[in-house]
Design a binder for this molecule. Structure first.
Ligand code: MG
Length: 156
């Protein structure tokens, strides 16, 4: 078994849908980024790369100055990463840091989408959210961040 850690942050304010965990969250500006800026899937992808011992991070695999990844679907980037590392995810836990919108109504959809992408049961996916109590750039609603941890089993 191996454990991996991921973190990502994107600024809010793009004129496009807000995507978190591969789910479109209505009623909010989108995240700014070269790809679709889904910070939840980016944190999960980095956790997976770490757990699998690749020595890589998401920016090395999918550079944010490569036109091939302009507006890239982060679900597709995660699937490509899964194929690269092989093995099996045992479970994943995510902590989303966002002042708004409220994510509780979307939690189950996010868990199911992440479970589908990782090929695991939904009870192996945690999605938790917290505000920053108004403090700092996340608290001021200027950004959303996500931490993720993954337990990973290598191919036998
Ligand atoms: Mg990112």
């Amino acid at each position: 078994m191996r454990v991996g850690l991921g973190f990502d942050l994107h600024r809010l304010g793009a004129d496009r849908p807000l995507l978190l965990g591969g789910v479109e969250i209505p009623g909010s500006p989108g995240l700014i980024g070269h790809s679709d800026a889904d910070c939840v899937l980016h944190a999960i992808t980095d956790a997976l790369l770490g757990a699998a011992g690749t020595g890589l991070d998401i920016g090395a695999l999918f550079p944010d100055d490569d036109p091939a990844y302009l507006n890239a679907d982060s679900a597709e980037l995660l699937k490509q990463t899964m194929r690269r590392v092989g093995g099996q995810v045992e479970n994943v836990d995510c902590m989303v840091l966002a002042e708004r919108p409220k994510l509780a109504p979307h939690r189950e959809a996010m868990r199911q989408r992440i479970a589908d992408l990782l090929g695991i049961e939904v009870d192996r996916v945690g999605v938790k959210a917290t505000t920053m109590e108004g403090l700092g750039p996340i608290g001021e609603g200027k950004a959303i961040a996500c931490q993720a941890v993954i337990l990973f089993r290598e191919d036998a």
